[in-house]
Every structure is written in C-alpha cells, then in structure tokens.
Design a protein around this ligand. Structure first.
Ligand SMILES: [Zn+2]
Length: 231
C-alpha cells in the first residue's frame, strides 16, 4: 500500500514540481531528448541458448538502464510514454520479422512480476507500459510458487530458481504467443515463461523487451564472450 501511495504521490508531485530526466537528471522533462534518442536506436535482435528470438528496443546500459530502473523501481511513471514508444518500435520489428512464420494474430503475453516485487512497487510496470503503448495484453501467465530474487544469481542458478515457477492458463492454447518483458538478462525468465506457455498448448514465436543486457548481445556460439547456459 505504501509503495502505491508513493507512486501516486510521485505522479501528483510531478505535475506541480520541476521534473528531472530519469536518465541524466536534466531539468524539465521526465525523459530528455538525448536520453530518448538512446532508447530509439537500432532494435537489438538475439537468440537465447534455447533458440528463442528476442527483440529489444535498446542495450541495457547508460541512460537507458537508468530510465528503466527509475520507471520500474522509483515510480518514475512519467517515463512511460517514451518507454512505450521504444516498446512499440521493438514490437513492430518483431512483427515484421515474424510475419512469414505467424499464421494468426499474435497474442502478447507479459511475463509476470514476482508477487513480492509487485507488493513492494505497488504497481505493475509492464501494465503501465502496455496502457501507454495501447497494447492489448493477455495476462495468461502467473507464478505458481515463490522464487528468490534473480539479482545476484548466476545464469545456471537463475534457471534452477525458476524451473516450474510459472503456469499459463488455457487462453494460450492453440495461439501464437509473443512474450513481453522489461529487460532480458540471461533469458532464464523468458525460457521459463515459454515453457509454461507451451505446456498450456501455446506456440511461442519469440519475445520483445525494452532492453537487453550487454552480455546477451553477443549470443553467437563462436563469440569469445562467455555465454551462460540456460539448460
Ligand atoms: Zn536525459
């Protein structure tokens, strides 16, 4: 309750007090033009170890990382319109790339936040974003057991932590699904979400995120960078 009150208060204050850019602190804008440009570069496309394609609006570093973190964890909902534009752009590239393999209208399924994070924040960042982007979401996924906070866990530990953690309802049965998340790090969360959708009879064509961590931008097997195993 406190978190939602804080978020509401931050929104109300932003209307009457000077605003600072969530990415760089520049005055007067929730996200300044320079930081918005950082979110408007080339869409990052990568393949997770399990084969799933992921389209991300930007690399998760610098002002992009700060804007997303402020939006997710500090109630900087004024950044929603800018982030929504970035999300729509990544989704448009994904839809174009998927057009040859998608038979029907894609179902957009958001990866659920852990219940503890939702309680702490008091709002659902992806839901706020989807509303700002006017994207219809099918909230078919839910957590079926508690998981540890993923932060600080290595890739293999993340996969173990998440195995069997989610379930999808029957609304995904027979549908072509694109998963939606804010940031892809190791891909363990997306892999678990995809497993749950497939188990409920859905076909996962890929995932769209706001940002991708630098580690995930070099997924080619011959890359010298260490690639975490998702299995
Ligand atoms: Zn800025």
């Amino acid at each position: 309750m406190l978190a939602s009150l804080r978020a509401a208060l931050a929104d109300a204050l932003a209307l009457v007090l000077p605003v600072a850019c969530a990415g760089c602190g520049a005055p007067d804008r929730a996200v300044c033009a320079a930081c918005e440009r950082a979110l408007a570069g080339e869409v990052v496309v990568q393949r997770l170890a399990g084969g799933m394609r992921v389209w991300s609006a930007a690399a998760y570093d610098g002002p992009v990382a700060r804007v997303i973190a402020a939006f997710k964890d500090s109630g900087a909902t004024g950044a929603a319109p800018v982030l929504a534009r970035a999300l729509r752009r990544a989704l448009a590239v994904a839809a174009a790339d998927l057009a040859p393999v998608a038979d029907r209208r894609l179902l957009l399924v958001p990866v659920p936040s852990a219940p503890a994070s939702t309680r702490r924040r008091g709002y659902l960042p992806l839901a706020v974003l989807a509303r700002a982007a006017r994207l219809p979401l099918a909230r078919a996924l839910r957590h079926v057991r508690a998981v540890r906070d993923q932060a600080g866990l290595a890739a293999a530990a993340r996969a173990v932590n998440l195995a069997g953690a989610m379930a999808a309802d029957r609304s995904v049965a027979g549908r072509e699904v694109v998963l939606l998340d804010d940031v892809v790090t190791t891909g363990a969360t997306l892999e678990e979400a995809a497993r749950a959708v497939r188990e409920a009879g859905g076909r996962v064509l890929g995932a769209v995120t706001l940002a991708a961590t630098p580690l995930q931008r070099a997924p080619h097997p011959s890359s010298p960078a260490p690639i975490p195993s998702e299995s």
